[in-house]
Design a protein around this ligand. Structure first.
Ligand SMILES: Nc1ncnc2c1ncn2[C@@H]1O[C@H](COP(=O)(O)OP(=O)(O)OP(=O)(O)O)[C@@H](O)[C@H]1O
Length: 833
């Protein structure tokens, strides 16, 4: 009986404690909500019904959550009524409004991971004892969230909501369900738990364990407290001496405080251990140690917090400390990674440097090999006597037209691109001895030709001729730009300058004699451009008159050909074979030159003559007048040996097609002559390339002039010029094809025209013997005459002087009679005869 009454009393006590707890929690919830949204219009310690009625329309909940998390509920259905009146049952709002606000609140609460409740928990009909518990839980959780947020001082973004792990922690951290499992103390404890960082992997394990032990300790304390509640207090409650709130307050202030104070050292010890465990990390040394907080401060803080049911500062501090440690660890690992990457980068750079070095060495080697190859190739060509071919590309003058030059190789290859077939099949590849791009300077081109030119000073005949379409830069290369500075001078000037320098250097061993001739071929006539007679001194004057006449003719619209101008034009003949004096145009005037200044003067003089003659014939014609500067070198060395050589520097006429140039009259005639001479040159080249027995040199004056260079043992260089513009593509192709054909011509190894001192002596002896023989013959004739009749001397046809032949290579000259000086001379003569 006693047992039963004791059990009944115990049940009653338990139920009443539960009710007290629920009331206490409601009180806290109302207090907090009022602090957030203002007066709720319900008593401080409301019944469940009052509490639920007040929250039913969801407006207070929505406003509260929006204050804590602005915008959590984007749209709150506002009521026109004052807040206090909303709680009154007599003025309920429409159901859909309840539903709207409550549903929005529940969605927002779920996002914040707050403990949820059902919308139906707020409905009056289903309200029964304890059903408000979930709503209270939710409101108190919101309060905890708010406090956490304020404490984390804006850094909450980096820290996961303490409520995320709420249910999970609760599951394994709480002590087994007891009568007080839903107590307010339990709720506060869970709030502390809520502030635990989320468990992520094994790294978190020690912290979780320590927190777990703290929780266990606190849970055990709760049980102790529960057991030690003063029965007198409960009795006075049942007697009605004290109300529930007073009883509860006393329990809280006495039992809980006293007991927790007892347990605090143990709790601190546990926390210290956990913090020590983490201090093994080096980064922890800089963090604020937990021990620094004085025990009195701690206990004071905890006391105050516990009184409020909210002792979580230490845990928050720990959490932040851990966050800091984690960040430091992260920073350290990032630093380590960065250092690793830096080391890697350094080693990669080193490797790269080594590779670049190797590559540059290989490239250097490659360039050396290419250079060597070219040298060897040129040597082979020299041995075979191939005509060397260089190609020069003029800079483009038109920005609109496309450039057909695709690639210029160091090995002398040139690739051009057909503008009408820009694909692969539009590419044409040519190979020459060297290719000069549009940026090549005059000196660079000259340097390429220099070894050849220098061999003139060793007795070799050399010929350099510029070929290409009109305007492709032939005159620019050979003579330089008209009116250009000496820095831009062409090969003609640079070559002679070089020859003078060599002559100066060798003056102690070889005595050089340098002469120049300058002629032009116009309409198959050869003209001397350096002729000096009485008429030439008047050239400037004539020039003025001719210009004036042309001006008048233009004014009267009459053709320039209607004027008959009498001018001495020298029509020279070309020897197909050089004679004893080594001249192919012996009648052209020869000028001795000793310096570059002499050369410049002569070139200017020749230019004036060319202008005069071209003006005399046709004021518009200049392109068809092609000049040939011939440098004759005669050397005599100290041993008595001599040599004779010549250097032809020929600027050919433009190779454009007649149909394209659309000319008529005299211009057409000129073009036809030019084409004929160029096609004759082509024929000669073809015949030479095919090694034909007959080479048609005589077909044109040009080929006759170049015969010594193309057919003899001369060194010949062709400078093919091309324009890079796309509208000149067909001309460019034909020039390059012709140049390629020329490069296949083998002339045989070049031979120097040298004669040693001994040969010279022998030759001199022969000359003397010839003279002596002739002398003897005349003496014999004279003697015969006196022997025959004294008065009647037989008339004999005098010996006919052999005629100077231009084209049959005859070199005989009128010989004078001489006497045989010695007996030795006579013997030699007999041998020769
Ligand atoms: N390499 C170059 N650099 C600069 N200008 C150049 C070059 N080559 C040619 N020119 C310029 O192009 C123009 C035509 O050149 P040039 O008179 O030498 O051609 P061409 O082939 O001799 O013509 P033509 O056959 O009609 O006499 C000139 O004004 C010349 O100065």
């Amino acid at each position: 009986m006693e047992d039963r009454s004791r059990t009944g009393l115990h049940d009653f006590t338990r139920a009443s404690r539960k009710a007290e707890e629920a009331a206490w929690r409601r009180f806290q919830a109302v207090q907090w909500l009022e602090s957030i949204v203002g007066p709720l219009g319900i008593p401080n310690q409301p019944s469940e019904k009052e509490f639920i009625s007040c929250l039913r329309n969801g407006l207070i909940l929505c406003n509260a959550i929006n204050k804590i998390q602005p915008g959590a509920v984007p749209k709150v259905v506002e009521s026109q009524m004052p807040l206090e009146s909303l709680s009154r049952e007599s003025q309920p709002l429409p159901a859909y409004q309840y539903f709207e606000n409550v549903r929005n609140f529940l969605v927002a609460a779920e996002e914040l991971k707050l403990p949820a409740f059902e919308a139906s928990d707020l409905e009056r009909d289903t309200l029964d004892a304890g059903s408000a518990g979930k709503v209270v839980d939710c409101v108190l959780a919101l309060r905890t969230y708010n406090e956490w947020k304020q404490m984390s001082n804006g850094n909450y973004k980096h820290i996961k909501s303490p409520l995320v792990m709420h249910s999970a922690n609760r599951m394994h951290s709480r002590p087994p369900a007891t009568a007080s499992s839903h107590s307010c103390r339990n709720l506060d404890m869970s709030a502390g738990l809520d502030r635990q960082p989320p468990i992520e992997g094994d790294k978190q394990k020690p912290e979780v364990d320590s927190i777990e032990s703290v929780v266990k300790l606190l849970a055990a304390s709760m049980v102790d407290i529960k057991e030690n509640i003063d029965d007198n207090l409960l009795a006075s409650y049942h007697n009605g001496d004290l109300d529930a709130a007073s009883v509860l307050r006393r329990i809280m202030t006495s039992c809980l405080e006293e007991h927790l104070q007892k347990k605090l050292p143990e709790l601190e010890c546990t926390l210290k251990e956990s913090s020590k465990g983490r201090s093994s990390s080096p980064a922890h040394s800089t963090s604020i140690p937990l021990e620094d907080m004085s025990a009195a401060e701690n206990s004071g803080c905890c006391k105050a917090c516990l009184r409020k049911g909210n002792c979580n500062h230490r845990l928050l501090f720990q959490m932040q400390e851990k966050e800091l440690v984690d960040l430091k660890a992260l920073w350290l690992s990032a630093k380590r990674e960065f250092e690793d990457l830096q080391t890697q980068l350094h080693s990669d750079l080193k490797d790269l440097g080594t590779q670049v070095k190797e590559l540059s060495t290989a490239a250097l080697g490659y360039h050396k090999v290419v250079k060597e190859n070219r040298k060897l190739y040129n040597m082979v060509q020299d041995l075979k006597g191939n005509i060397r071919v260089y190609c020069r590309i003029r800079p483009s003058f038109s920005c609109e037209s496309k450039n057909v030059i695709d690639f210029i190789g160091e090995d002398g290859s040139l690739v051009i691109l057909d503008p009408l077939k820009p694909q692969k099949d539009g590419r044409k590849v040519f190979h020459f001895n060297q290719v000069f791009g549009s940026t090549a300077t005059q000196v660079e081109v000259f340097k390429g030709t220099q070894p050849l030119i220098r061999s003139v000073m060793d007795g070799y005949n050399v010929c350099i001729f510029a070929y290409g379409q009109t305007g492709s830069g032939k005159t620019h290369t050979m003579s330089g730009p008209s009116g250009g500075s000496t820095g831009d001078m062409g090969i003609n000037y640079l070559a002679l300058n070089d020859l003078f320098q060599i002559s100066k250097r060798r003056k102690d061993i070889i005595d050089y004699d340098i002469h120049v001739q300058m002629v032009e071929i116009y309409n198959e006539q050869v003209r001397d451009l350096l002729v000096q007679d009485s008429s030439t001194t008047k050239y400037p004057f004539i020039l003025v008159i001719l210009s004036h006449l042309n001006f008048i003719s233009l004014e009267r619209k009459t053709g320039p050909q209607s004027f008959c101008v009498s001018l001495t034009i020298y029509k020279l003949e070309i020897r197909s074979c050089t004679g004893d004096n080594g001249l192919s145009i012996p009648d052209a005037t020869m000028h001795s030159v000793n310096s570059t200044a002499d050369v410049l003067n002569l070139m200017k003089y020749g230019e004036v003559n060319r202008v005069v003659s071209s003006t005399a014939i046709n004021n518009r014609s200049s392109r068809s007048h092609r000049s040939c500067l011939t440098v004759h070198v005669h050397g005599k060395d100290t041993s008595g040996g001599t040599f004779r050589s010549c250097l032809h520097l020929v600027d050919l006429a433009g190779s454009e097609r007649v149909d394209k140039s659309e000319v008529t009259g005299d211009r057409l005639k000129e073009a036809q002559y030019i084409n004929k001479s160029l096609s004759c040159l082509g024929d000669v080249i073809t015949a030479l390339a095919q090694k034909n027995s007959h080479i048609p040199y005589r077909n044109s004056k040009l080929t006759l002039l170049l015969q010594g260079s193309l057919g003899g043992q001369a060194k010949t260089l062709m400078l093919a010029h091309v324009s890079p513009e796309d509208d000149s593509f067909s001309e460019t192709v034909s020039t390059l094809k012709f140049a390629q054909r020329v490069s296949t011509v083998e002339l045989g190894a070049a031979r120097a025209n040298k004669e040693s001192g001994e040969v010279m002596q022998l030759k001199e002896q022969i000359e003397n013997l010839k003279k002596a023989l002739a002398n003897k013959e005349s003496q014999v004739i004279q003697f015969n005459k006196t022997l025959d009749k004294p008065g009647a001397v037989t008339e004999r046809t005098p010996q006919r002087t052999r005629r100077l032949s231009i084209e049959n290579c005859s070199t005989a000259k009128t010989e004078k009679h001489g006497t045989l000086k010695t007996e030795r001379d006579q013997k030699v003569l007999c041998q020769l005869v």
